[in-house]
Ligand binder design. Sequence first.
Ligand code: PRP
Ligand code: MN
Ligand code: MG
Length: 181
Amino acid sequence: SNDVSADLAHVLYTKEQIQDKIAELAVQIDRDYEGRDILVVGVLKGAVMVMADLARALHSHVNMDWMAVSSYGSGTTSSGVVRILKDLDTDLMGKHVLIVEDIIDSGLTLSWLKSNLISRGPASVEICTLLRKPEAAKVEIDVKYVGFDCPNEFVVGYGLDFSEKYRNLDFIGTLAPHVYQ
Ligand code: PRP
Ligand code: MN
Ligand code: MG
């Protein structure tokens, strides 16, 4: 079958739950950044959906920029060393930077990215992630805005992929084992 729904075990967060959560995060962010312009930095490709919806939910002045990064190392163990595939177009000096992610898994991508961006002289760097997995607790990284603490399962949809598929789903679900086994 070519129907995506056959590949999913169950729905974790519905379209409505995701949109409600993003609206909630936007209220907090607008309040925290009152009177300041925000530079939102989306991490390609997973963060595209959160970026698009969060940016539209914000009432603050927002500039949008993008980075693409790739973890070094092979297999399942990540070294925490990250390579920049596409850098920002924006000079961060004096800017209020908000990194936007779809998910924090090991936390290695974001802990590297946050210190990399801090080294460029911004006024502030905070993180907003829609999902956070339990593993992320092991890495010392201050994440100011978290949508959902999600179970340690194979999650796809709303930007999250398995082999580049399922990013286009408007909800988040768990992948059926037959797909990855
Ligand atoms: C995923 C996800 C986060 C990162 C989290 O991106 O979108 O960016 O992994 O993992 P970590 O916390 O263990 O570092 P991925 O590298 O799969 O690229 P993608 O966004 O293009 O799917
Ligand atoms: Mn990603
Ligand atoms: Mg991915």
